[in-house]
Write a protein that binds this ligand. Structure first.
Ligand code: UD1
Ligand code: UDP
Length: 369
């Protein structure tokens, strides 16, 4: 039997985490020959994921630069992928989500007339600059894609609003949920647990988005810092994204506060287990908004919009903007009102049953046989 060659392309930490289940499912399928390509738009944070799940890429474009810009990443991915696609000639390409790698790899495949499957298709805020540039990255990727693997019915509806072909849209669940089944372990130990007083209420913080860099981040960090100083019962663990702008802002705000622990990015298994032990999560991350509802952790989302309204509807996410004011107001409420906290800390998972990757591979089987 002639195996169909499926090229799976990704470049950043969140894409890697959510593509690993797809790679593993493709590896198990006799009809497919998966070819794993990393652009390495991220280097260390990508390698943490590859190591954690024992994934060895077939091709590594090794593109990350300290001073990379949206343009430089796009140009480099486009030109490198042109050569690689011509060399490998896959039967189909899979991309994930909404990064610059996602869009540039999709465009490169389109130029070679190779069909693209978009994993996590159809997420929308409908605000062109929020998040920037991700909202347009996903809309453009969906214009290029042939097959849409939409995580929820709502994302399917978003695609229909843009007049994409219903016959090409599949509601699969989000592969983020597939991953959680392999990472959470009640006995997991990690050094970050030892940093924190076991009696303290542990707040897990992450913030990295481009539109939050600068003043929003400065204000948010200042508000959190002041809140922690006023409330001895809380401690913060902040695995700081390696972006130099985020590193600088985090250290400027929190150095000297012994109850805010700035640590290096964690590998995903450590991170999920830390999240599972936390009291509450403050984040502007997309992926964490999908994981936290499954873990029963309230999330204060440090943004004005979200492309993940399912979690807001389920009651586990609350949008608190990006100036810190509403975030600390809600933190104070939850410290004083156990019932309000409990109401948000319900384990609900609107993102599928943990079998999204198997579904994606089944659909590819139908499409490519
Ligand atoms: C990118 C994605 C964003 C995603 C985020 C996940 C785009 C436009 N943005 O944003 O959608 O939410 O990844 O984290 O695609 N760096 C390192 N080592 C690493 C990773 C990053 O040093 O392993 C530093 C580099 O200096 C790099 C900078 O971080 O230049 C920014 O990385 P980049 O991928 O451009 O943007 P992110 O903010 O990470
Ligand atoms: N994550 C991780 N280590 C960390 C912080 C986050 O492994 O120190 C994981 C997290 O569980 C989620 C993903 O990284 O699966 C989210 O990535 P990020 O916040 O960088 O990007 P986004 O999802 O916002 O695009």
């Amino acid at each position: 039997m002639d195996k169909k060659r499926i090229m799976v392309i990704f470049g950043t930490r969140p894409e890697a985490i959510k593509m690993v289940p797809v790679i593993k499912a493709l590896e198990k399928a006799a009809e497919f020959d998966p070819v794993v390509v990393v652009t390495a738009q991220h280097r260390q944070m990508l390698d943490q994921v590859l190591d954690a799940f024992n994934v060895s890429p077939d091709f590594d474009l090794n593109l990350m630069k300290d001073q990379q810009t949206l343009t430089s990443i796009t140009v480099n991915v486009l030109s490198q992928m042109e050569k690689l696609l011509q060399q490998v000639r896959p039967d189909a390409v899979l991309v994930h989500g909404d990064t610059t790698t996602t869009l540039a790899a999709s465009l490169a495949a389109f130029y070679q007339q190779i069909p693209v499957g978009h994993v996590e298709a159809g997420l929308r805020t409908w605000e062109k600059y929020d998040p920037f540039p991700e909202e347009l990255n996903r809309q453009l990727t969906d214009s290029i894609a042939e097959w849409y693997f939409a995580p929820t019915e709502r994302s399917r509806q978003n695609l229909l609003k843009e007049h994409h072909d219903d016959k090409q849209i599949y509601v699969t669940g989000n592969t983020a949920i597939d991953v959680l089944a392999h990472t959470i372990d009640d006995d997991w130990q990690l050094p970050a647990f030892k940093l924190v007083n076991p009696e303290a209420k542990l707040i897990l913080l992450t913030m990295h988005r481009r539109e939050n860099q600068g003043l929003p981040m400065k204000k948010t960090f200042a508000a959190i810092n002041a809140f922690v100083l006023e409330h001895p019962e809380v401690e913060v663990v902040f695995p700081v994204h390696l972006s130099p702008k985020v590193q600088k802002a985090a250290h400027a705000a929190f150095d000297g506060n012994s109850r805010v622990h700035l640590i290096a990015p964690l590998n995903v298994i450590d991170f999920h287990n830390l999240a599972a032990r936390s009291w509450l999560i403050l984040t502007d991350s997309g992926g964490i908004q999908e994981e936290a509802p499954s873990l029963g952790k309230p999330v204060l989302v440090l943004r004005d919009t979200t492309e993940r309204p399912e979690g807001v509807q389920a009651g586990t996410l609350k949008l608190v903007g990006n100036d810190g004011a509403a975030a600390v107001k809600w933190l104070a409420t939850f410290l004083n009102d156990q019932a309000a906290y409990e109401q948000m800390a319900q384990a609900k998972n609107p993102y599928g049953d943990g079998h999204a990757a198997d579904r994606i591979v089944d659909i590819l089987r139908q499409k490519l046989s």
